[in-house]
Design a protein around this ligand. Structure first.
Ligand code: NAP
Length: 404
């Protein structure tokens, strides 16, 4: 295979000029939108760096494509390739609700220990939003990705395992759980909370952000979500960050000193309504896995369309970049799907690779397309302009990059 592996040294990405990057097309609309994103990345890299840099794409088969060839959504040899090259631009994958194999997305996140799910949500002028001042929405969600109820430790109602656990809880702690219950376990650890908090604070410092808000339901789930809050504050107050951070409790109404990052916390249900009523008050939101999942889509809705968002799943030794939406099966193969979410994912990937000039080119040209109303039908239905197909949208972005 042409190209070289990206390496990692103490959490730093060491990126050669011709890195090998994995891609998986995904299911449903996946192939159309991921091929769109890759061709736009190639155009932007070529424009930004000429022949001195080039991505060597290498496909891994995951999802339907793998199932039809190997009878398994993520075969062993594909997994080995993932573990070797560790950076993946991934199209959306189908996940069966209430049964079937474990979510492939979760499997990839766990395998590469991609503990930070980072989703920037910033309004793009020209998109119809359900709120009055969408211009004030500029948030980044940091969702812990490897802990919490998502670890998949759960047993079905009526199973022998659920019965055994009920019996253990009853005999050891006098806790009674109704016999017709499914049971899930929610672990939240100090180590995983501390590393996601470090990632959020380092991001805040590097990107000169205003605040980090810890979202939790610690008033009810004291030793999991309450502990998340406590451990996150512990890191913010530690010598590692003390110089950069001011706690809300220390401000007592006065203005935030310039150059400092405000750290505060909000109970999850309050947080859900606050980002709608006062979006300008929130900047980086740090949340455990389940809260982070919910708030990510809610924040996306504020800017009118979750189809345009991408997310980075990163750890100290790898990254997976994907659109925030799913496979939208009813649009598959129809040249209708909006590829902006997947393009955003690719832009984030370039940023993590340190190829920021190419990332910026993509961002500018996608935003210009929206302002000029060169958009796919999901956005065009609100702007009243004729929609572009996925391919034409892509070709016109490439054209505008090439002629810059
Ligand atoms: P979805 O695929 O995100 O689609 C929901 C709706 O969102 C679509 O019907 C469509 O709305 C709109 N939409 C989403 N992406 C779009 C795009 N690129 N262009 C235009 N419209 C878009 O959510 P879902 O139907 O709940 O999930 C379908 C499958 O995707 C499930 O198997 C789910 O598990 C999977 N999924 C995968 C991921 C992932 O791989 N990371 C994430 C989420 C869901 P309208 O009908 O209003 O036009």
């Amino acid at each position: 295979m042409d190209g070289e592996k990206v390496r990692f040294d103490n959490g730093k990405w060491i990126v050669p000029d011709s890195p090998i990057i994995l891609f998986a097309e995904g299911d449903g609309i996946g192939p159309e939108i991921s091929n769109s994103a890759r061709s736009i990345v190639d155009a932007a890299v070529s424009k930004a760096y000429g022949p001195s840099k080039k991505i060597n794409w290498s496909e891994i088969l995951i999802g339907e494509k793998a199932r039809s060839k190997y009878g398994n959504g993520i075969p062993k040899e594909q997994m080995a390739k993932l573990e070797e090259y560790r950076i993946l631009l991934k199209g959306p994958l189908t996940t069966v609700v209430g049964g079937g194999e474990r979510s492939l997305n979760v499997t990839i996140r766990m395998t590469l220990d991609l503990y930070a799910n980072i989703r920037p949500v910033r309004y793009i002028k020209g998109i119809e939003s359900p709120i009055k001042n969408p211009e004030s929405v500029d948030m980044v969600i940091f969702r812990e990705n490897t802990d919490d109820i998502y670890t998949g430790i759960e047993w079905k109602e009526g199973s022998a395992e659920a019965a055994k656990l009920r019996e253990f809880l009853s005999s050891s702690f006098g806790i009674s759980i109704s016999a017709d219950s499914g049971i899930g376990i929610k672990p939240i650890s100090r180590t995983k909370t501390e590393r996601i908090t470090r990632a959020a604070l380092n991001y805040a410092i590097k990107n000169k952000r205003r605040s980090v808000t810890i979202m939790h339901k610690g008033n009810i789930m004291k030793y999991t979500e309450g502990a998340f809050r406590e451990w996150a504050y512990g890191i913010a107050k530690s010598s590692e960050f003390r110089e950069s951070v001011v706690l809300e409790s220390e401000l007592s109404g006065s203005a935030l000193p310039s150059g400092k990052i405000l750290v505060n916390d909000r109970i999850a249900d309050n947080m859900m309504q606050q980002i709608i009523t006062k979006p300008d008050m929130y900047d980086i939101i740090l949340a455990p896995n389940l809260n982070g999942d919910y708030i990510s889509d809610e924040a996306g809705a504020l800017i009118g369309n979750i189809g345009i968002l991408g997310s980075a799943n990163v750890g100290d030794t790898g990254g997976m970049f994907e659109a925030s939406h799913g496979t939208a099966p009813k649009y598959a193969g129809k040249d209708i799907a909006n590829p902006m979410g997947m393009i955003k994912a690719a832009e984030l990937m370039l940023t993590f690779l340190g190829w920021t000039e190419a990332a910026l080119l993509i961002r500018e040209e996608v935003e210009r397309a929206v302002i000029e109303k060169r958009v796919t039908s999901d956005i065009a239905r609100y702007t009243g302009t004729p929609p572009l197909g996925t391919k034409e949208f892509t070709d016109r972005i490439i054209q505008s990059i090439n002629t810059k």
